[in-house]
Design a binder for this molecule. Structure first.
Ligand code: DGJ
Length: 727
């Protein structure tokens, strides 16, 4: 049993395979006691009222808790806890108090889904046990159910809250976090992702200081800037040792993850919707459910924490037929042609794809409306017959005959002011009456809080897909929200737009998933501007970054690997010199870096030299052979490109019989680079034969001494493929 409630002590114990999460019900409050290596038995002694008043009032006429100094699970604003709350409500009388007390609890088999929102799922009931703690505020008649879903084998606990207005009048939810908890110390390092367009998910690590550390987005998208996850570690934790706690929010809009070190040297984590951008009107009888937050812990450092997250996201968040299979090797037309193509050019590219073994060709931006540049036509999802004579069908038939599939780009959430759609429906975009509409990349965002607009978006994509011949869609989103008003929404609902937008988007994506189960959807937002597990629920891969430079990708991929599965990360070989950075890199290094995620090309195959064509064919063959292992194997970060003049990583198959390892030198130190790369995750006693050199090694040698990496020129690299041989 992974959830145990002891009614004699009030202790709640949640056990996964490798850790325990313990809570205590006392005086009607749900207290956090412990989260760490597995422990059993009575833990109630762990709660000690410390009596640190320090200007913080005591509850219940001085007989109760100093609420500001107890470790809470879902703290509410309004009474005597002055720390960051999880829940803030304005009552009908204008008061801002919520005072929740536990009323009852139930333990259920399986895992509930969350209506309208992406969430972890299970394939059978035995995979999960769910604890639901029901709390109630007698004065405002607000009921809150806290959900704790324990996926024991995955070492995962998920949390979300369901808030119901049982009173007779309307209340306003000003803040509703998905998860909060208090640690009784502040000895943490905080690891976060930060970035910008073309430099996403860089890693920063800093020791926690007093005050609030917040990573967030107010941009109407999870964004390039911060990613919706937070990791806390013990100060000396590394890849293989130390405590590591992780929180990942399953949501694609504005979010906030906060860790605050308080006056009594305790730390509070609060993760959920960004309250700066949110108020929800909850009428009598209505309910509101937060997005889900996914939690994991490892006592063996970051490697295991990343494994826990990547495994559950790949196996129990991603869906559809592509979840478990190697993704097709694709070639995307963007960096090959940008907007300048016609059917002849595309068919020539298709010929090359067929010759080189590339399985899918994607027509990127520019095939619709009158779109020869980025200033027009978003919303006009009909084929530009001048560019594509005979339409998409002619190209797909041509390609299909050669064994190449066709994919296509859309940016369905957007509208160009210069479009037929805007002529007809100038009020379909997010905007406020009598306010200017700021354009980003000459475009506005469609108002997906509206059902008619959602229907239009669904139909425009579905109509093209219904014509047949398309097996892949790249779904782009190229600006963030500003002046995000919806003219149909009541004035009291102005701050609901972000969340309502995502409910609308998720409903469109769900309908598309249902009608087109065989289409592979890839999410994109100027590269990785919406690389989050919310989108992964509908689209199992994401265009990782608009920066396709192999050297820049090292950090981006490293940062992405902290919580995301490698199969989610699209990685393409692009031209050299690179279009974004000008870096000149060998084909070998470019392909070695791209052979980490869902693999493809972002170049013009018709302009390759004979030598390059050979390399493309060979690399494509390698991915076909090892792609499944790269997707499903366990990924290990070996060298950190943020702090070292190189990067290295390896992926080991589930049965440990194959290891694919890569090393890239990013900065030469003269006479200094006598590198040895120690691998991880192999069988100690097994013999592994390296594919390209034929040399055999013992597993323990590969892990304890490592492989020499005698590279002496900048941006040089080595790919090793090690396979177990009979002894
Ligand atoms: C941004 C994407 O990230 C690129 O790959 C490309 O699809 C362009 N948009 C097209 O406008």
């Amino acid at each position: 049993m992974s959830v145990i409630y002891d009614s004699s002590t009030g202790q709640y114990s949640l056990h996964t395979e490798n850790y325990s999460y313990i809570m205590l019900e006392k005086e009607g409050f749900l207290l956090h006691l412990y989260w760490g290596e597995k422990t059993f038995g009575d833990c109630t002694y762990m709660f000690r009222e410390q009596g640190r008043a320090a200007f913080s009032p005591r509850m219940e006429n001085c007989d109760g808790f100093i609420l500001d100094d107890v470790p809470l699970e879902y703290p509410c604003w309004g009474r005597a806890d002055m720390r960051t709350p999880a829940l803030e409500i304005t009552n009908p009388d204008g008061s801002v108090i919520v005072d929740l007390r536990v009323k009852n609890r139930r333990i259920e088999k399986g895992k509930p889904s969350i209506k309208g929102l992406p969430a972890i799922y299970v394939e059978n009931e035995d995979e999960c046990e769910t604890l639901v703690v029901s709390m109630y505020d007698e004065v405002s008649n607000i009921s809150v159910e806290l959900y704790y879903c324990v996926l024991e084998k995955y070492d995962i606990i998920t949390r979300f809250a369901r808030i119901v207005n049982k009173g007779n009048d309307t209340v306003y939810i000003n803040r509703a976090a998905s998860c909060a908890l208090d640690f009784d110390h502040i000895n943490f390092d905080v690891i976060s992702n930060y970035g910008t367009h073309c430099r996403e998910r860089q890693i920063e690590r800093a020791s926690l200081k007093h005050g609030r550390f917040i990573m967030s987005s107010r941009r109407g998208a999870s964004s390039h800037v911060h990613n919706p996850f937070m990791i806390l570690t013990s100060p000396n934790a590394d890849e293989v040792s130390g405590d590591a706690y992780g929180f990942v929010l399953v949501y694609s809009g504005s979010f906030s993850s906060e860790i605050a070190a308080n006056q009594f040297d305790s730390a509070r984590a609060v993760i959920g919707l960004n309250p700066e951008n949110f108020t929800w009107r909850l009428d009598s009888g209505e309910e509101f459910t937060t997005p889900e937050c996914v939690l994991s812990y490892s006592s063996e450092g970051l490697d295991t924490l990343s494994y826990n997250f990547s495994r559950v996201f790949r196996e129990r968040l991603c869906r559809g037929k592509y979840r478990d299979i190697r993704r097709p090797v694709l070639l995307n037309s963007w960096e090959a042609c940008y907007f300048s193509f016609d059917s002849d050019r595309l068919m020539k590219i298709g010929d090359s794809c067929a010759e080189l073994g590339i399985e899918l060709m994607v027509i990127d931006d520019g095939w619709f409306g009158k779109r020869d540049h980025d200033r027009c036509s978003l919303g006009d999802w009909f084929v530009n017959e001048q560019k594509l004579k005979g339409g998409i069908k002619r190209i797909s038939d041509y390609l299909n005959e050669k064994g190449v599939k066709l994919g296509i780009w859309f940016e369905p959430e957007m509208i160009s002011p210069d479009s037929e759609l805007y002529q007809k429906h100038p009020d379909w975009c997010l905007h406020y009456k009598n306010r200017p509409r700021s354009e980003g990349r000459y475009q506005l965002i469609l108002d997906l809080t509206r059902q008619d607009v959602c229907d239009y978006v669904f139909e425009s994509v579905a109509n093209i897909l219904r014509e047949g011949g398309i097996s892949y869609v790249k779904w782009d989103f190229n600006r963030n929200m500003s002046e995000a008003g919806s003219i149909l929404l009541d004035a009291t609902r102005g701050r609901e737009v972000d969340f309502r937008y995502y409910l609308g988007l998720y409903s469109v994506l769900e309908r598309l998933n249902q009608e087109f189960p065989d289409v592979l959807f890839e999410s994109c937002s100027g590269g990785g501007g919406r690389f989050d597990v919310g989108m992964l629920y509908y689209m199992p891969q994401v265009w990782t970054s608009d920066n396709s430079d192999a050297i820049e990708r090292l950090r981006i991929q490293y940062g992405t690997s902290l919580v995301y599965p490698m199969s989610a990360m699209s990685a393409h070989v692009s031209a050299s010199p690179n279009h974004q950075t000008g870096h000149v890199t060998s084909f070998y290094t470019r392909s070695n870096v791209a052979l980490t995620g869902s693999f493809g090309y972002e170049l013009d195959p018709t302009s390759l030299s004979v030598e390059e064509q050979k390399m493309v064919s060979e690399t494509t063959r390698l991915f076909k052979e090892y792609g499944e292992i790269l997707a499903k194997g366990r990924y290990h970060r070996l060298r950190d490109p943020h702090n070292e003049p190189c990067s290295a990583w390896c992926t080991v198959s589930e049965d440990k019989s194959v290891c694919i390892a890569t090393y890239v030198l990013t900065h030469v130190r003269m006479y200094g680079n006598n590198e040895r790369i120690k691998l991880r995750g192999l069988d100690h006693d097994a013999i592994y034969k390296e594919r390209f050199s034929g040399v055999c090694y013992r597993g323990d040698q590969l892990m304890n001494f490592g492989l020499h990496a005698p590279i002496s020129h900048e941006f040089g690299s080595i790919l090793w493929i090690l396979e177990k041989v009979e002894q």
